[in-house]
Design a protein around this ligand. Structure first.
Ligand code: TPP
Ligand code: MG
Length: 688
């Protein structure tokens, strides 16, 4: 019936298909944001169709360009594109399936229960979604982590004639993203590092949810980014495909800094003449508006979820063909690379599949009993170095506190990651905790084992990113030191109180607060082998005794979250003391005293509630027998939550207020973390 269409017609037809699929899905769900997909469809189409190095038949390709939709509310834009481009699904084992990542059925089930098309893109649910976005600014931050990973991988794995890594990272950002602090932090670092593989596309539509952007946003974004050291370009009309192409080409030619491409767009129909009003663009259009929009696009007004003839082929012949050719060429190269650089290829294989290298744990330290002991931040530093030496892709850094966090990698060849010098393993995040969280997530999504570090109190500054790490089920490693009032004189502004409880409340976050040096080693073993979620490691500034493992139980009990460290004769206690971290040795001291007084006590070391909750009922009963109701918990943190373990007859020794600025001993006394107090509490719950 139809005559052959011109390329331009096919482009417009494809763009309008992205638009109308998005409109229809939002309308059918009666929920969601149609405006941004409508306005941005040409921008994303141009990128995918003509520039993105991406093979829809293998979304796991190591060297694929990354596409991040930081403006996650425009999720239908991504789902429509993944659908039309024919991106295949990948199962949890990493195998590419012969089925679509986003089928038409799934588009029709936008925002419905158990669909692959949730309200905002979730990377663990939908293949092709490179990272979970929605909280504005996070995707932008992730994209910097991916770009860092790209540079680091290229520097460490490419060999002359073998450019195994050369991927670019594109992120779509709206006004909201650019208003968020996390994006500013990340942009500042990206500019500093000269990440030329990074392109942010700023949807300059001058509108946000509440109304015109000018109500709240009037800075000169372009000048700001020039100040960050970015290359800034402008596309004056989002509908002009040749201008968009020039923009992308300029990015690809820029080799010394990241690029911000400012694209002037009009939310809604995509036409300045027919702009929908700024009010309520975060809502479905309504049936009448939908018809008007379709009319405006020259679309059959009654058609729903229509993919016109030629559109699938258009994508197949564009991104599909380009991507397949690029990957085929890469694979051929990689076959040869595998022969010439067996060791590197083996590393990549393991990295990609989330495995650790052979012998990763062979140099782990073991710490002799020592009453004076060492801070867990120090045993952490030693352990981290021993691991990183044998795990080439364990890489990270601190937000300007590396000397305090003890996270510097100091072994031969560890090196630093500096502007345009991307080989090293020590990252310097600067004082940018939030971006650090988002960046570590982006690096982890790129299969590196990445870690961050700062004071535990500042986990609050990176919590939104940690939460997304947990939601994405990615094995990011968040290291924190100065974990309690025990940090001393810096005082309550720096002393965490409620952070432990708050992170324990976070689904899928593994929190570990080891009690001595050997528990630190065991905690790291757990963390490195934990592949389906992030870990939070909580460490002291102050020294804690290294417990005598000949006398007490081995630290390997850490793997079960809680274990009996010291016990009454015959394993029949009348009292249980439990603690994590620096309070463990306090409980051991109280145990000795109580034992001398003829009281049958047990000490339970409890470094991880989450791991303990995963144990079977029999194990839990063996550690915390229901019949023993005289229980005392000791932890220099909010008491919140400990009731569940001490029960109605127990007693919780913890923090009920903020801390104070004072030397350690004065603080321990003021807040009751002293031997006599623990012993007295124990006798009280025993009724003696
Ligand atoms: C951290 C965060 N705060 C608030 C929101 C709610 N929200 C979703 S879209 C949006 C408007 C953002 O405006 P802009 O980025 O310009 O997107 P546009 O409306 O132009 O598509 C807001 C406030 C969010 N998703 N994340
Ligand atoms: Mg906007």
């Amino acid at each position: 019936m139809s005559q052959p269409k011109s390329q331009l017609d096919l482009d417009l037809l494809s763009i309008n298909t992205i638009r109308t699929l998005s409109i229809d899905a939002v309308q059918q769900a009666n929920s969601g944001h149609p405006g941004a997909p409508m306005g941005l469809a040409p921008v994303v189409y141009s990128l995918w169709q003509n520039f993105l190095r991406y093979d829809p038949t293998d979304p796991t390709w190591l060297d694929r360009d990354r596409f991040v939709l930081s403006a996650g509310h425009a999720s239908m834009l991504l789902y429509s594109t993944l659908h039309l481009a024919g991106v295949r699904a990948v199962n949890p084992k990493g195998e590419v399936l012969n089925e679509p990542a986003v089928s038409m059925e799934e588009i029709k089930r936008f925002r419905q229960i158990d669909s692959k098309t949730p309200g905002h893109p979730e990377s663990h649910l939908t293949t092709g979604v490179e990272t979970t976005t929605g909280p504005l600014g996070q995707g932008a931050g992730n994209s910097v982590g991916m770009a860092i990973a790209g540079k680091w991988l290229a520097e460490n794995f490419n060999r002359p004639g073998f450019e195994i890594f050369n991927f670019n990272v594109y992120a779509i950002c709206g006004d909201g993203d650019l208003m968020e602090g996390v994006a500013s932090e990340a942009a500042s670092l990206a500019g500093h590092l000269k990440l030329s593989n990074l392109c942010w596309i700023y949807d300059n539509n001058r509108v946000t949810l509440d109304g015109p952007a000018e109500w709240s946003f009037s800075e000169d974004v372009m000048t700001r980014f020039v100040g960050y050291g970015w290359n800034v370009t402008r596309v004056a009309d989002a509908n002009d495909l040749s201008m968009l192409a020039r923009g992308y080409e300029t990015f690809q030619k820029t080799t010394d800094r990241p690029t911000l491409m400012v694209v002037d767009s009009h939310i809604g129909y995509g036409s300045p003449h027919k702009q929908d009003s700024s009010d309520a663009h975060g809502e479905p259009l309504g049936e009448a508006e939908v018809r008007l929009a379709k009319k405006n696009y020259g679309w059959p007004e009654d058609a729903k979820f229509l993919v016109p003839e030629g559109v699938y082929d258009q994508f197949k012949n564009g991104v599909g063909k380009r991507g397949a050719e690029a990957r085929a060429a890469w694979l051929a190269k990689f076959e040869e690379y595998k022969k010439q650089f067996q060791q590197l290829a083996e590393q990549l294989k393991r990295m990609q599949s989330g495995q650790l290298p052979e012998g990763w744990d062979k140099d782990l330290p073991s710490f002799p009993a020592d009453a004076k002991g060492i801070a867990t931040r120090d045993s952490s530093g030693k352990t981290l170095n021993a691991l990183a030496k044998n795990i080439p892709w364990l890489i990270g850094g601190s937000a300007d506190l590396a000397h305090s966090n003890k996270t510097n990698l100091t072994f031969d060849g560890a090196g630093d990651f500096y502007p345009s010098q991307f080989r090293g393993r020590n990252l310097h995040f600067g004082v940018r905790e939030h971006a650090m969280g988002a960046i570590v997530n982006g690096m982890t999504l790129s299969k590196l084992r990445a870690f961050s570090a700062t004071f535990f109190n500042f986990s609050d500054y990176m919590r939104p990113s940690m939460r997304l790490g947990a939601l994405m089920e990615i094995p990011a490693i968040y290291i924190f030191t100065h974990d309690s009032i025990g940090l001393g004189e810096d005082g309550p502004t720096h002393q965490p109180v409620e952070q432990l409880a708050s992170l324990r409340a976070m689904p899928n976050m593994l929190v570990l607060r080891p009690g001595d040096a050997n528990e630190v080693v065991e905690a790291y073993k757990v963390i490195l082998q934990h592949t389906h979620g992030p870990s939070t490691l909580v460490l002291t500034r102050q020294a804690v005794p290294t417990i005598d493992r000949a006398k007490y139980a081995p630290a390997s009990g850490v793997a079960r979250g809680a274990y009996v460290l010291a016990d009454a004769p015959g394993g029949k206690p009348e009292l249980i003391l439990m603690a994590s971290g620096s309070e463990l040795s306090l409980c051991v001291g109280a145990f000795e005293k109580l034992t001398a007084d003829g009281i049958k006590a047990r000490v339970v070391s409890m470094p991880s509630w989450e791991l303990f909750e995963q144990q079977d009922a029999a194990y839990k009963e063996s550690v915390l027998p229901a019949s023993v109701t005289a229980r005392v918990s000791v932890e220099m943190a909010s008491i919140f939550g400990w009731e569940r373990y001490v029960g109605p007859k127990g007693k919780v020794i913890g923090m009920r207020s903020f801390g104070a600025s004072a030397p350690l001993m004065a603080l321990l006394h003021k807040f009751g973390f002293e031997l006599e107090n623990v012993v007295a509490a124990a006798k009280e719950v025993l009724g003696r």
